[in-house]
Design a protein around this ligand. Structure first.
Ligand code: TYD
Length: 186
């Protein structure tokens, strides 16, 4: 079982992913909690770019995120699934589509380059509007500006294959909804 959390910066997906992992583990279900960009060398390079240390062409950035993803799938996600774990991943190819399309990269091209990425069984979109998300975040990374996040948000809502959860409530209330969705499929 492969579960992905998506949403704009400041939506609270890290908190929800952690709460879901803890809840499943408390029920004796083995979990592998992970995130993109990853903790690998490539993920580290991407984080340097995000911190604004280096500027990079958006198409090149889309390729870097996707390269990081294929490595993540091969070395961590597929082995964890083969071990019978529930994989919970914060961000996946939906992020590349939403963020890099918002930067002007061609949507079809991003889809194409991600077509061999293992598809998740469930994608939960933590729905928080940019205005609220920005007020929650300190904003140290390049993508955490409201105008840009408005574009990202408008890309996210185009996906048909996501379960949308209202993320504007407190973490526990949001988690009750997440739990309801996950309970139906495990
Ligand atoms: P994330 O780690 O979720 O942010 P934070 O820890 O600051 O909450 O993601 C880092 C940033 O990378 C975030 O602004 C979204 C962006 N991103 C992309 O632009 N494309 C991608 O493919 C991915 C995975 C993330």
């Amino acid at each position: 079982m492969f579960i992905v959390f998506e949403g704009i910066d400041g939506c609270g997906k890290s908190t929800q992913a952690r709460m879901l992992a803890d809840w499943l583990e408390s029920r004796g279900i083995p979990v592998f909690l992970t995130a993109e960009p990853t903790k690998t060398k490539l993920g580290g390079y991407i984080r340097e770019i995000l911190a604004g240390k280096e500027a990079i062409d958006p198409a090149a950035l889309a390729l870097l995120f996707t390269a990081d993803r294929y490595e993540h799938i091969a070395t961590e996600i597929l082995p964890a699934l083969a071990d019978g774990k529930i994989v919970i991943c914060e961000r996946y190819y939906y992020s590349t589509i939403a963020y890099q399309v918002a930067q002007g990269v061609d949507r079809t091209w991003i889809f194409e380059m991600n077509k061999y990425a293992t598809n998740p069984n469930l994608v939960i979109f933590i729905d928080v509007k940019p205005k609220l998300a920005v007020s929650r975040k300190a904003g140290e990374e390049i993508f955490e500006e409201r105008a840009f996040l408005e574009k990202v948000y408008s890309e996210y809502v185009k996906f048909a294959d996501m379960q949308r959860v209202d993320g504007s409530k407190d973490a526990q209330a949001v988690f009750e909804k997440v739990k309801g969705i996950v309970s139906r499929i495990i």
